[in-house]
Design a protein around this ligand. Structure first.
Ligand code: ADP
Ligand code: 5GP
Length: 188
């Protein structure tokens, strides 16, 4: 059975770092679900690699066409969503699909495929450490950092709705724990 492995957490918790590690392990047979977003690319991001970058208008057209498995306005004016066609493409390749999506989207996807899905929450040691990591990453403007931090507290409160919580304090331990729970789940 093709599985869904969802990673959700406040921005800066370490989802991308953990997901990249898992994708590098060929034995797990995972593939990343490339989401659509209406936000602008940042840094070296490319269309069709990190995201499918759409205009807000195109994004809304796709909502109207019922093209999304789930979508959210994660930050004011910024839409993000999982395209049905993307997941079907990866399932057709026989892959287990990994998602890096926000907590609301993660829990909604889990509701749609309860048996097939492992929903993982990545928990930073504290909001203070989260802020440090976001700043050190140097990818966001101060305004965007504030927007992300303002949302983090309410996101942290949703952790108990997930199947597994991985504490990302020591990175090596978090990577090992992620590998362990995902290996166990896809072996079921
Ligand atoms: P997310 O995808 O959840 O926004 P990232 O994976 O981009 O988070 O991680 C945010 C920043 O924190 C990155 O610069 C990353 O290198 C760093 N980071 C991730 N995990 C740890 C950790 N355990 N200890 C210290 N820094 C970390
Ligand atoms: P970023 O702008 O940092 O790439 O992502 C911002 C937030 O949007 C992150 O919490 C990320 O997990 C979330 N996100 C990315 N893609 C999707 C998606 O397809 N659906 C939902 N609901 N959230 C997403």
């Amino acid at each position: 059975m093709n599985k869904l492995i969802i990673f959700s957490a406040p921005s800066g918790s370490g989802k991308t770092t953990i997901v990249r590690h898992l994708l590098s392990l060929e034995k797990l047979n995972l593939a990343f679900s490339i989401s659509a977003t209406s936000r602008a690319p940042r840094g070296t991001e490319e269309h069709g690699k990190e995201y499918y970058f759409l205009t807000a208008e195109d994004f809304k057209d796709k909502i109207g066409q019922n093209a999304f498995m789930e979508w959210e306005e994660v930050y004011a004016g910024c839409y993000y969503g999982t395209l049905k066609a993307e997941v079907e493409r990866l399932w057709a390749m026989g892959k287990h699909v990994v998602f890096d999506i926000d907590v609301a989207g993660g829990l909604r996807l889990k509701q749609q495929y309860p048996e097939q899905t492992l929903a993982i929450f990545v928990q930073p040691p504290s909001l203070k450490v989260l802020e440090e990591r976001l700043r050190n990453r140097q990818t966001e403007t101060e305004e965007k950092i504030q927007m992300r931090l303002a949302k983090a507290e309410q996101e942290m409160a949703t952790a108990k709705g997930f199947d597994v919580i991985i504490k990302n304090d020591d990175l090596q331990q978090a990577l090992q724990e992620a590998e362990r729970v995902v290996t166990e789940f896809i072996g079921r």
